[in-house]
Design a protein around this ligand. Structure first.
Ligand code: SF4
Length: 66
C-alpha cells in the first residue's frame, strides 16, 4: 500500500470533510491525501509549512473553499 499524507490524522479537512459530497465528487482525498507524493502538492500542507498553522478546515487541497 502506498504511503499516505502524514497529516491525515490531524488534518481538519480530511477529518471533517472527507464525506462531503463535493469532496467525494472531486476525488480530492484520492488525488492528494492518499498519496504521500501527491500530498506534497496540497495547498493545505503548503500553508501549514509556511505559516506554521493549519488553514481553515473548509479549504480543499487545491485551495478552493467549500
Ligand atoms: S488535505 Fe492535504 S494536508 Fe490534509 S490530509 Fe489531505 S493531503 Fe494531507
Amino acid at each position: 500500500m502506498p504511503e499516505r499524507c502524514e497529516l491525515l490524522n490531524k488534518c481538519g479537512f480530511f477529518l471533517n470533510f472527507k464525506g462531503n459530497s463535493e469532496v467525494v465528487k472531486q476525488g480530492w482525498i484520492r488525488t492528494f491525501c492518499e498519496s504521500k507524493e501527491k500530498s506534497e502538492k496540497c495547498k493545505r500542507k503548503e500553508i501549514r509549512r509556511t505559516t506554521g498553522k493549519p488553514p481553515k478546515d473548509n479549504m480543499a487541497p487545491t485551495g478552493k473553499l467549500l
